[in-house]
Structure formats: C-alpha cells, structure tokens
Design a protein around this ligand. Structure first.
Ligand code: BJ8
Length: 425
C-alpha cells in the first residue's frame, strides 16, 4: 500500500491485528494466483493496483467523499440499483463476502449448513475486518434466498443501519409491481439518508454512468469470445469483481483501455493461453473478492474460462437500462424493466436462465460448462440439474460442482476438473 492507513482503519473501528492477518493472506493469495499468470495484458496492472489498495486508497477516497457530505451505501446483491444511489449523490459499494473469517463466532449466530457467502458477510462484520461495511451509512439487505432473508434478521442486531429490500420471487405482473414499489421505497430511503431529492436529470445521468460501466464490461466479454482467449478467466473475473468497488467513471475508462489492448492482441493472435485450449463457461453462484479458488483450479488444469454466468459476471451486467424516459417515474419503470430481467435462481420458474446459459455457451464457443454451486445454496444447486439437462440438449458437456471457501477440497476438485477437461479435448 502507498500509505499508512492504520489511523483510518482504527477510526473505522477495525480490529487491526485481525485486519493485518486478513491482508496478509489476501496479498499472498493474490501474488500466488494472479501475479504468477503468464501472458497477462499490460492493462491488468490497473486492476492489480486496485486490488493492492482495495482496503487502502479506495477506502480513503470513500472517507473523503463522506467528509464532503456524500453518503456510502453497502450492498450484497445486484438487485440493489446503483442508479438510485448515484442519483441521490451517494456511492454504492459491494460488501465483503468472498472469504471465511471469524468462523467460530459466525457459527454461534448461523447454522453450520449456511452457504459460505452468507457466513462470510457475517465473518467480516464479527471479525471487524471490512472497511466498506464500517464506512457504510446504510447497509442494504434483500429478500432473495431463504438463507439471506433469515440471516438479515440477525445481521440487523449487528449493524444499526440495515435496510431490508423485499424482492419478488416470480416474474409476474404482481412481481413486477412489487419490485417497482420496493424501488420507490428504496428511493425514498436514500433521499432521506442523503437529504437529496432525486430529479429526472440526476436519475438520467446516473443511468448513463451505470450503463457506461456495464457497456464497458459487455465490450470486454465480447473480446473473450476470441480464440486464443486474449485474457484469462481469472483476470476477466477480477474486472467483474472490481466493478463493485471502484469509482464508476474510472472503472469504465480502465476497462475500455484494457479492451483496446485486447483488440490488438486478438489481431496478433496473442492469447493468455494457446489457441484451441479447452474453453469453459462457469455458471452459478457469484464469486466475490477474494474467492478465486475455483477459476484458479480450472486454469491450472489445462482450460481457459471464457465467461461467467454469475452475478459477478454476465447475470449482473447483462442488460442496460433504457435511457429514453423523461420523468423520474418513467425512468423508475425503465430500471424495473432492466432489473426484472436478472435471472437469479431465487425466481420460480426460471426458464430464462437456462436459455441464457445455452446462448452464452454458444456465443463464447464454450467446449463445456461448469456449474459452480456453493454448498448449501439451495436455489443454485437445485437449478444445476435443469441446467445440465438444458446443456445436454445442445450436446454441451456439463460438470456440476459444489464447494465452499475452504481449501480442503482443492485436490478432489482438481481431479474432477482435470478429468472433465480431458473429456473436452
Ligand atoms: S441476484 S445470485 S447477488 S441473491 S449463494 S446467498 S443465493 S444461498 S448470492 Fe445472489 Fe442477488 Fe441472486 Fe445475484 Fe443465497 Fe445461494 Fe448463498 Fe447466494
């Protein structure tokens, strides 16, 4: 890190010893997993820098924003619209949930058979190691899966600024009406928090900013369709992870910069892996920072990941919001239309997700799909069976795996992935 941020972390109430230990593990993992990759695009240096400063400079920026009167809103789900936060002069950040921490304390509040992502969000709070959570003026929980829904009841006892958003479970007109009323309620809560009234102008501009961010990732995704893949899956995932933390305009510019470089690499047939390397699409649960375990296994087993059907990936960024509305209400409808298309497995039925996976597998010329399920995640594990069937119909091999954030199953996973990759050759 470029500076001594310890006074800032102390002010935020972090446990400095625990936080040092976390940064130590994170730094080593990043070095071992990311910096040992070969043939990386030069533009990844920006993302390396962001990661090295993810608890440092970026937090300092957020603290400076707070000092100037801006509010910070933390979120655990892609259903929380960043556009509404930005339109009210607030900043939305993703909250840490990608590593095990303080598990003994966590398991006093949550059953052991809770998914790693939920346990992690509690661990970062109980261990006092997430500066994003501690700097947030509002923490948004959402009624998605049962695990999260019930966990927020307990999280409400740990944070005093939890706001819970209800979400539909069915893609019906009633479901859409619920989403709209919840987005309007969220808008009011954000306005109350910031003291800023959202106007047609501010909402339009916010939609533009978030659309630009997503469009930059669309460009990156489409470049990953090339063979040889110009960028590794690990690096592609990293860009998708940084999406949740970085300053939006800077993120957009940095992604375009790397895309310019990738276009040249494609022309020169320069890849992160050789041409004809088996291509894998990952589908399933989100992989939040610093959950790099599974892509690392895949990409050290002779395959390259060319896309992520995940909320930290295409499910989260797939659609843009129409920016043709001229009133706040019209634009809120446009936001509802956009977010209502997110094909999270909490919806029933969720056939569109199967079609999206089939389409993605074809578009990315994937030789196989690996369905990534976090242990105890009922919605995605249940859906992995229809996903496998839908892929069978298209003659696309599918491997379903279940894992967590621990390292105990690394050997077993590697053996299964290697066998799968061998089958794709
Ligand atoms: S829109 S995927 S970010 S809810 S892994 S906590 S589903 S038991 S994360 Fe998600 Fe929003 Fe849906 Fe996306 Fe539950 Fe499963 Fe755990 Fe999960």
């Amino acid at each position: 890190m470029t500076e001594d941020y310890r006074p800032m972390w102390t002010d935020l109430g972090l446990d400095l010893d625990a936080h040092d230990a976390l940064l130590d593990v994170l730094g080593t993992a990043y070095k071992d997993i990311y910096l040992t990759q070969k043939n990386r695009p030069e533009g990844m240096a920006y993302f390396d820098f962001v990661m090295s400063e993810v608890h440092g400079l970026r937090i300092k920026e957020l603290m400076d924003e707070k000092a100037s009167g801006r509010k910070i809103i933390g979120s655990y789900c892609v259903f929380v619209p960043e556009e509404i936060a930005l339109a009210a002069n607030a900043t939305l950040v993703g909250l840490c949930s990608g590593a095990d921490f303080a598990m003994e304390e966590v398991e006093q509040l949550l059953p052991r058979n809770t998914c790693a992502l939920i346990k992690s969000s509690f661990g970062f709070k109980l261990g006092k190691v997430c500066p994003y959570l501690e700097s947030a003026d509002m923490v948004v929980g959402e009624n998605t899966c049962d695990g999260k829904k019930k966990a927020y009841e307990s999280l409400g006892n740990l944070v005093d600024n939890l706001y819970v958003m209800d979400l539909p479970q069915m893609k019906t007109e009633n479901g859409k009406a619920l989403l709209k009323s919840e987005y309007l309620r969220f808008m009011e809560a954000v306005e109350a928090l910031t003291g800023v009234t959202i106007t047609a102008e501010s909402l339009k501009s916010a939609i533009g900013v978030v659309n630009a961010k997503r469009a930059a990732l669309h460009r990156l995704c489409s470049l990953r369709k090339a063979d040889p893949a110009p960028i590794s899956g690990l690096d592609g995932l990293l860009a998708n992870q940084v999406f949740f933390y970085d300053n939006p305009a800077r993120f957009t510019a940095s992604v375009h910069k790397i895309c310019d470089e990738l276009e040249i690499r494609i022309q020169e047939k320069k890849g992160a892996f050789p041409e004809k390397t088996p291509r894998i699409l990952i589908a399933g649960c989100p992989q939040a920072v610093p959950n790099w375990k599974f892509p690392m296994i895949v990409e050290t087993s002779g395959a390259v990941i060319v896309g992520e059907e995940s909320c930290v990936g295409e499910r989260g960024t797939r659609n843009l919001t129409a920016d043709t509305g001229s009133t706040v209400d019209e634009m809120m409808d446009a936001l509802v239309d956009r977010y209502f298309q997110v094909d999270c497995a909490i919806f029933t039925p969720n056939d569109q997700r199967l079609l999206n996976i089939q389409e993605m597998a074809a578009a990315y010329k994937a030789d196989g799909v690996i369905h990534y399920g976090l242990q105890f995640c009922q919605p995605y594990i249940m859906e992995s069976i229809p996903v496998e069937k839908a892929l069978e119909e298209k003659d696309i091999p599918c491997l379903r795996i279940e894992t967590d954030y621990g390292m105990e199953d690394m050997g077993q996973l590697k053996t299964r992935v290697e066998a799968f990759v061998e089958q794709l050759r």
